[in-house]
Design a binder for this molecule. Sequence first.
Ligand SMILES: Nc1nc2c(ncn2[C@@H]2O[C@H](COP(=O)(O)OP(=O)(O)OP(=O)(O)O)[C@@H](O)[C@H]2O)c(=O)[nH]1
Ligand SMILES: [Mg+2]
Length: 190
Amino acid sequence: MINFNNTKFIKSAPSLSDAPQGQFPEVLLVGKSNVGKSSLINALCNKKALAFTSSKPGHTRLLNYYNVDDKLYLVDAPGYGYAKGGFDLDKLFGEMMEDYFSKVTRLKIVLVLLDSRRELSEDDLEIIDYLKAHNFNHALVFTKVDKINQSEKHKLLVELKKHNVSESECLFTSTLKPRTFDDLRDLLMK
Ligand SMILES: Nc1nc2c(ncn2[C@@H]2O[C@H](COP(=O)(O)OP(=O)(O)OP(=O)(O)O)[C@@H](O)[C@H]2O)c(=O)[nH]1
Ligand SMILES: [Mg+2]
């Protein structure tokens, strides 16, 4: 068992050489800026403000490490798909991830977060293809399902099929419905 309630923030690392790497298996969260990565960490660990969330995209700019019950690291990465004021988050994301994937030694799974309301972007598809091509274990986690109705969910599943993604590869979560995180906890405990 892993007690997700026993999660502590460890550090923000600008790159993997500054990270507390190697001690525990890592769960990396990636996704478009504002998709809900930091919110998912809070919901998973039953904490309100463990990871800082913001309605403004581009908030997380470092690799933020959380120690879950001395059994796992959750790693919150910067989002992609957002550039403002001369700051190119995609470039930061690309460089950080290249560094991360080339050095990480104990990667358990990559959670690719996707907004239930949006179609998969080119960036999303590129990351999914990259993870598949390099054989990195991964799961697709849809966020904000509270914002879609049954027929929109159906449409989403049809679109996923077009990209050869089946419903069984996906998890659907909402921070407004705490039970939606049960399956994700089970997956991370496997
Ligand atoms: N309704 C609803 N809102 C959500 C959910 N998850 C996240 N949000 C909201 O979405 C916004 C962005 O959430 P964050 O968790 O900060 O997103 P992020 O992916 O960490 O964003 P960056 O750090 O900028 O990449 C916040 O206003 C959250 O409250 C959800 O399941 N349902
Ligand atoms: Mg964040």
